[in-house]
Design a protein around this ligand. Structure first.
Ligand SMILES: NC(=O)c1ccc[n+]([C@@H]2O[C@H](COP(=O)([O-])OP(=O)(O)OC[C@H]3O[C@@H](n4cnc5c(N)ncnc54)[C@H](OP(=O)(O)O)[C@@H]3O)[C@@H](O)[C@H]2O)c1
Length: 267
């Protein structure tokens, strides 16, 4: 029987690249995201590779929808071998411009969405004494980033979730791994939120991020897909993707110095 992977945020960016990579390697794929048309396009690409794909429009911030996603996946394929928690959104804003509703939105998708998926799938993994959970985190879950407090809080929460759960599930045959990208040249700018003091400051933040995406050291969605594939194949517990590793290592070794350097650029 073919193995099955469930990927959230699979309609584009690194989620889509990961779905295609797993399909090319013989997996059937369950795809989740909110916009059904984009999901269906990815499902058709997978089917043209000769694999089965099930596209289920899901808001990961709603537990009932996530439970339905997992139930439908199990009804269709009988089993799920791998969960890839990847659906996420980005917010760049100083704290005083981050509304409570911004916080809610970020945490609903980036944190609760991951918890909901794990909660819904874990009984199945425990019953079979096997399974893999990959949580896509961020450089912002390994080191602080100025004016990204809500985003970093959501991603640090994923680091804590992943590291604690790994200890608990390892003896039960379940692998739990975090894959931390740096900056990915995906379409995340489409749904990234920017806040500033006024229109021009907000626009400046947006431009700054767009410029960053043109840098040569920025990862491609396929780099994240390859890192996830490698993490599954080699049962890794954590992967920091690409040159980001240098920054997170520097922060781990010299946190005070790095905080000082970063604070020099905060206006
Ligand atoms: N891009 C970066 O520079 C970067 C850097 C570090 C970490 N990451 C992390 O990497 C992951 C993927 O990023 P990406 O750049 O590939 O993103 P992306 O291109 O913006 O794609 C995000 C995916 O998540 C889905 N999504 C967003 N909110 C959702 C929700 N509430 N429910 C279900 N699906 C939802 C989107 O589809 P719908 O809108 O249709 O729902 C889309 O499929 C995220 O966890 C992100 O935080 C990204």
């Amino acid at each position: 029987m073919a193995k099955t992977v469930l990927i959230t945020g699979a309609s584009q960016g690194s989620g889509k690249a990961t779905a295609l990579l797993f399909a090319r390697n013989g997996y059937d794929v369950v795809l989740a995201a909110r916009q059904p048309d984009r999901l269906e396009t990815v499902a058709q690409e997978i089917q043209s590779l000769g694999r089965s794909a099930l596209a289920i429009s899901t808001d990961m911030g709603d537990f009932q929808q996530v439970q339905t996603l997992v139930n439908k996946a199990l009804q269709t394929f009988g089993n799920i071998d791998i969960l890839i928690n990847n659906a996420g959104i980005c917010l760049t804003a100083p704290m005083e411009k981050t509304s409570l509703s911004d916080w809610q939105k970020i945490m609903d998708t980036n944190f609760w969405g991951y918890v909901y998926a794990i909660q819904a799938i874990l009984p199945h993994f425990l019953e079979r004494n096997t399974g893999t959970i990959i949580n896509v985190g961020s450089i912002g879950g390994k080191m602080p980033l100025p004016q990204m407090t809500a985003y970093c809080a959501s991603k640090y929460a994923i680091t804590g979730l992943t590291e604690s759960l790994r200890l608990e599930l390892f003896p039960k045959g379940i692998q739990v791994c975090a894959v931390h990208p740096g900056v990915i040249n995906s379409n995340f700018m489409e749904r990234a939120m920017f806040r500033g003091g006024d229109e021009s400051e907000t626009e400046a933040r947006r431009q700054q991020m767009s410029k960053l995406l043109e840098s040569s050291w920025v990862s491609k969605p396929e780099d994240i897909a390859n890192a996830i594939w490698d993490a599954v194949q080699n049962k890794r517990s954590e992967v920091v993707v690409g040159p980001t590793f240098l920054a997170t290592e520097a922060y781990r070794l010299f946190p005070g110095l790095m905080q000082w350097v970063m604070s020099q650029n905060v206006k």
